[in-house]
Design a protein around this ligand. Sequence first.
Ligand code: FES
Length: 276
Amino acid sequence: MWEYTEKVKEFFLKPKNIGEIENPDAVGEVGSIICGDALRLTLKIDKETNKIVDAKFQTFGCASAIASSSAMTEIIKGKTLDEAMQMTNQDIAEFLGGLPQEKMHCSVMGKEALEAAIGNYRGIPVVVEEEGKVVCKCFNVTEEKIRKVAIENHLTTVDEITDYTKAGGGCGECRSEIESILSDIWSMKAPEKPAKPKKLTNLQKIALIQEVIEREIRPGLQADGGDIELIDIDGNKVVIALRGMCTGCVMADVTVKGVEEKLRELVSEEIVVETQ
Ligand code: FES
């Protein structure tokens, strides 16, 4: 039996915002009933303010899926689209006072439905899962999703990936490939990273930012058909532009956050990354 918090029980037994908005401005659908979980999110959006004025969901899933979907709608209502996109799957879990580790994939599904709905509203085709290489055939999980969830949630083991995405939790054939993806993601962190000097002059800082972008960030983006251009550095503010496949991608916010985390790790904890 799973240990659920009182809030999970409350949001499962009396879910808020269940149903479907008539004539919605945005629709996001993720998961599939075949794989065990599916979520459909509909939004009403104020076009003047870009605020989410109403959100409703329909889900096929367990108690955690219902509670997570309901919590997600409560979190995003009243927020602008940009504010809502800042919500992480961890925010959904925290709103509920925590989720069993094995059920974290429900919070991930909530975040994905929001991304899909906002992508739908903005006319950006959702390519998050459908066009990526499928690693886990049992649960139709792509490499892109595994990478995204691992980075966002700092996951380092295959079991954690299973908890957050279900990948690897069926026949197990994909587990070695997931292991390779994880090594690929995190191997960059250990060896050969430039040491962060204690105190940098402005010139040293600019040079190090350029070096980190060239050595640690650009190759990964280029491997996925994207690219990054350094536009300006003003003190701790680093202005970049995403290029290639990264342009207009629904994952752009995550990419920018990843760039910022890498620069904070290797250059200065005060770095703030903005896009042009
Ligand atoms: S292919 Fe991933 S668990 Fe079966």
